[in-house]
Every structure is written in structure tokens, then in C-alpha cells.
Ligand binder design. Structure first.
Ligand code: 5GP
Length: 202
């Protein structure tokens, strides 16, 4: 059976990667990996749906037991990708999407360079500032911190295969879908098999 592919959707905080990924899974046959985090659930978030909410001790144990594909500390909380679930889904032939921060994406890339790395960019820093302010969960200092971090993060763009500017959500989702479809159309071992069958048929 053909193995599923790994798509890593990453980018600065506030660029909209979470919303893009939610739409993607509702419109395409891909699995979104559920991360483990030590942060507290926000109102409406459900354990096992949005994240696996765990204690610091449980997170450290997962690290020690080698259960995480990658992990990173993001604004004081730990986030990590459960390895087994991702590998199992791919072995079943499913495409898996990781929605993770840039530090995490760079770690996955070291272990799994054949993944498809997609960078989501805000249209401008002015727009990013507006979005983070509108979200209402950050103090003025924290907004400045996020914007500063964004400037250093965009320097890693050359580690990615694709970038999508999220100016209009529908358009950005359409572009990520187009990337996934294009990756499915690459000349691959499977195509050689198909062509071999052609020869046998004539
Ligand atoms: P939030 O707390 O807003 O849900 O997420 C904060 C940041 O953590 C976002 O940039 C999100 O992409 C990132 N994140 C979520 N899950 C993971 C993960 O498993 N690994 C890493 N490295 N980052 C993650």
C-alpha cells in the first residue's frame, strides 16, 4: 500500500495556520495530528480533540520515553507531536498534517526531510499586529514580543518547500490544497508500477 505523506504547516503565531488546517481537514481527506501540550485549555477546547492537555511531568515522561516526533517550548508552554500516531496513520496510507511552530518544523525536517514543508505568512506586519490585537489574548508587551519573533522566524523560509500568504482565508486554503494535490501527482515508484502494468496489458 502507498504510504501517506507528511505535510508540515508552519509559520509565525497569528499567521492563521490553525484556521487554515481546520478548514483543510474538513474539506480534504487528510489527518490533522493532535499535539500534546502543557498549556491550559481555552474555553471551548476539548481534550483529545484540540490537544492532549497534560501536566509538565507527563510531558517530560513522553520526552524521556521517545514518544514525541518533535517538541518545543512556545511562549512558556510545551507542545509536542506524538510520534506513533503520525507514523501509524502514514503506514495506513493517510496523509498527515502537522500544524506546528517553526522550531518544531526545523526539528522534524532533520529527521524527515522528505516531508512537505509549507510556510504560512501574514500579508504584512501591520496586518499581523491587527490580528494578534483582535484576538485579545495578548498584552501590549506580548504583542511586541510576537512581532519581534516573527521577524526572526521568517529568515527560516528557505528551509521550506512552499509558502502561502494568508491574506484571504479561502484563497490560502485553496493554495494549500493545490500543494497537496500537486505532491500527489509527482512521478513516483507507484507510477512506474502502473506503467509496467500498461506494458503487460498490451
Ligand atoms: P496555541 O497555544 O495558540 O494553540 O499554539 C501556540 C503555538 O504552538 C502555535 O504556533 C502552534 O502552531 C504551536 N504548536 C501547536 N502544537 C505544536 C506541536 O506539537 N509542536 C510544536 N513545535 N508547536 C506546536
Amino acid at each position: 500500500m502507498k504510504k501517506g505523506q507528511l505535510f508540515i504547516v508552519s509559520g509565525p503565531s497569528g499567521a492563521g495556520k490553525g484556521t487554515i488546517c481546520q478548514k483543510l481537514v474538513s474539506e480534504m481527506d487528510v489527518e490533522l495530528s493532535i499535539s500534546m501540550t502543557t498549556r491550559n485549555p481555552r474555553p471551548g477546547e476539548v481534550d483529545g480533540v484540540n490537544y492532549y492537555f497534560v501536566t509538565r511531568e507527563e510531558f517530560e515522561q513522553a520526552i524521556q520515553e521517545g514518544d514525541l516526533l518533535e517538541y518545543a517550548e512556545v511562549y512558556g508552554n510545551f507542545y509536542g507531536t506524538p510520534k506513533k500516531k503520525v507514523l501509524d496513520k502514514m503506514a495506513e496510507g493517510k496523509d498527515v498534517v502537522l500544524e506546528i511552530d517553526i522550531q518544531g518544523a526545523l526539528k522534524v525536517r532533520k529527521e524527515y526531510p522528505q516531508g512537505i514543508y509549507i510556510f504560512i505568512l501574514p500579508p504584512s506586519m501591520t496586518e499581523l499586529r491587527k490580528r494578534i490585537t483582535r484576538r485579545g489574548s495578548d498584552s501590549p508587551d506580548s504583542i511586541e514580543l510576537r512581532l519581534g519573533k516573527t521577524l526572526s522566524e521568517v529568515s527560516y523560509i528557505d528551509k521550506y518547500n512552499y509558502c502561502v500568504i494568508n491574506e484571504d482565508l479561502e484563497e490560502a486554503v485553496a493554495r494549500v490544497k493545490a500543494i497537496i494535490l500537486a505532491e500527489h501527482s509527482r512521478v513516483s515508484e507507484q507510477i512506474y508500477e502502473l506503467i509496467k502494468n500498461y506494458k503487460e496489458e498490451v
